[in-house]
Ligand binder design. Sequence first.
Ligand SMILES: *Cc1c(COP(=O)(O)O)cnc(C)c1O
Length: 351
Amino acid sequence: SRFWNEKTKGLEPYIPGEQPKSKKLVKLNTNENPYPPTRAVRDAIAAANCGDLRLYPDPEATALREAFAKYVGVKAENVFVGNGSDEVLAFAFDTFFEKGKPILFPDICYSFYPVYCRYFEIDYETVPLKEDFTVDIDGFRKENGGVVITNPNAPTGIALSRDDIEEILKANPNRVVLIDEAYVKFGAESAVPLIETYPNLLVVQTMSKSHSLAGLRVGFAIGSAELIEGLNRVKNSFNSYPVDRLAQAGALAAIEDSAVIEKRCRRIAATRQGVSVALRSMGFDVLPSKTNFIMIHYWNADTEAMFQYLREHGIVVRHFQGPRIGDYLRVTIGNRSDMRRFLDAVEEYIS
Ligand SMILES: *Cc1c(COP(=O)(O)O)cnc(C)c1O
């Protein structure tokens, strides 16, 4: 359009996974939680006073930040809250990284990072994953303007240990190291305990996957007070009231209900194990996942044809284009009956 400025003309936006209109489809394409929000969340949102919506929300989301800080074992001054972790990540890229100092992230990781880099005019270089799809820690020892790691990684599902993350932090004491822990509750070690020792560590988490609240849009950053203050400077230069009243109420209730939620995460991890075993026995390569999804590959299948076959049988998964991951499908772990349908369809396809 002739009305767009030069920056807008040059953008290449992120393409989110499809949200199909039909409820009949088994939706295993965007890593949502198969279980609904817990009763406490529904009650808290229902109890929120609609009349209060005429008032602005608490700009600091104080109660929510305090509850989350307690949940992860830090102080409220170490927590930043935003509209989903995508917004928190965008603020972090804008606050800590810049042109002329290329940041590093793996060649296969969350595909929103290069989109933020183009938008905020940040240079980046990618570090290839190793042959087995694990993150190459030594690749993050070179000169850089910052480091971003998805842990566990998406879309591979493979996790680094906290010790591995600490190696990366030790190699980069003068740069912000951002760890995106969107899937950490499904079985990986969180880097949050390291924030006391490493003022350059920023951990980003979300209520979307583990807490069944993708539609509410609440995400967090956890880091030194110095990093959090930087994020607030940018937020308050852009939109100082970001998280709405209903989202603050619902997310607070979800955090207070974490014991129930973590039990569900373990149930999803158990389903993941069962599905992985079943697929391997059919001859699939299944990457070792610590998330609520798996990356799978069948030795003699045309991946796109398998994707289409599943789609025609009412099952939506995700097929990323690109070298190496193009041979795989990413499959979200749904409830047991979803996964039964998925396994039946896959078995039919390969036989
Ligand atoms: C889903 C996801 C996000 C975004 O989550 P929201 O909090 O819903 O914005 C961020 N990072 C990764 C790796 C994700 O998979």
